[in-house]
Design a protein around this ligand. Structure first.
Ligand code: CP
Ligand code: NVA
Length: 311
């Protein structure tokens, strides 16, 4: 299975097969175990990863940098001021130059087309570290978290509550590939991209899962196993924040919403969280929250990804 990943890009979970994602998750579990047992790995000795950021980050930057370090490789952070992707220099020039110097590139940007363009012109693997359309690395870590806590991902009831954003799109992609049971609940006007939804609906059903849209979050979380939420205002949409706070208020993950879910419900948030908006302190810090485990699992999932793409 390893060879199926080697040299590929990782732009969208939908580009991969169920067996590949499952293999990646098993690799992550094995790597996590080896780290915990104190083993030192040199899998990526001599390999380098460039981290191109056009937006801020804590988890993505640190998890990728530590992943490379723990596998014996090196990473290089390039912030927005340094590169000026598409402004100081054309995306295709950046792609070609970096490909001569590093073994892989991770990009966090705004327009998903920039990710596609970089990958198109680049001879080394490109990893999508978040675009306005997708955040596939986050969902890898989340799938790992669900697998660890629930023992499986298929058949687990997952309710995505909030904005039909990049995270929601990557959940739709993962559900399409793996045949998950996903319920999405957003305010009117904030539903996920119609094209992604339509494609996912057919694929999810054909793979034994179920996709449902439920406008009322109270019904969306009824007896669910996982409540997933994310910020109401994603990076780049800050001008809409005030209006969004009003429209999204009924979608807050609070004690009342939690009481409608299953008894073993798990609350997930990719973080950073806007406490007091999409999630209350009480829920975020409470016994049902697995947010910090999720953040940690970014490291283990991405180590597996890097080992498979570059190993
Ligand atoms: N969840 C996530 O991607 O966090 P950062 O924005 O801090 O990288
Ligand atoms: N939807 C959020 C995710 C942050 C990790 C954003 O794009 O800002």
């Amino acid at each position: 299975m390893k060879w199926m990943f080697r040299g590929k890009d990782f732009l969208d979970i939908a580009d991969f097969a169920a067996e590949e994602i499952q293999y990646l998750l098993q690799t992550a579990i094995a790597l996590k175990r080896r780290l915990m047992s104190g083993e030192r790995l040199r899998t990526l000795e001599g390999k380098t990863l460039a981290l191109l950021f056009e937006k801020p980050s804590l988890r993505t930057r640190v998890s990728f940098e530590m992943a490379m370090a723990q596998l014996g490789g090196a990473s290089l952070y390039l912030g927005p001021e340094e590169v000026g992707l598409g402004k100081r220099e054309a995306v295709k020039d950046v792609a070609q130059v970096l490909a001569r110097m590093v073994d892989a590139i991770m990009l966090r940007t705004f327009d998903h087309n920039t990710v596609l363009e970089l990958a198109h012109h680049c001879e080394v693997p490109v990893i999508n570290g978040l675009s306005d359309l997708h955040h596939p690395c986050q969902v890898l870590g989340d799938l790992l978290t669900i697998l660890e806590k629930k023992g499986k991902v298929q058949g687990v009831e997952i309710s995505f509550v909030g904005d039909g954003n990049n995270l929601c799109h990557s959940w739709l992609a993962a559900s399409s590939v793996l045949g998950l049971n996903l319920t999405v609940s957003t305010p009117v006007g904030f539903r996920p991209d119609a094209g992604i939804w339509e494609q996912s609906e057919t694929l999810i059903q054909s793979r034994g899962g179920r996709l449902r849209f439920e406008p009322d979050p109270r019904f969306a979380v009824k007896e669910t196993d996982v409540i997933y939420t994310d910020v109401w205002t994603s990076m780049g949409k800050e001008k809409e924040a005030e209006d969004r706070i009003v429209q999204f208020r009924p979608f807050q993950v609070n004690r009342d919403l939690l009481s409608r879910a299953g008894k073993e419900v798990m609350v997930m948030h990719c973080m950073p969280a806007h406490r007091g908006q999409e999630i209350t302190d009480e829920v975020m810090d409470g016994p049902f929250s697995v947010c910090i485990d999720q953040a940690e699992n970014r490291l283990h999932a991405q180590k597996a990804l890097l080992a498979l793409l570059l190993g």
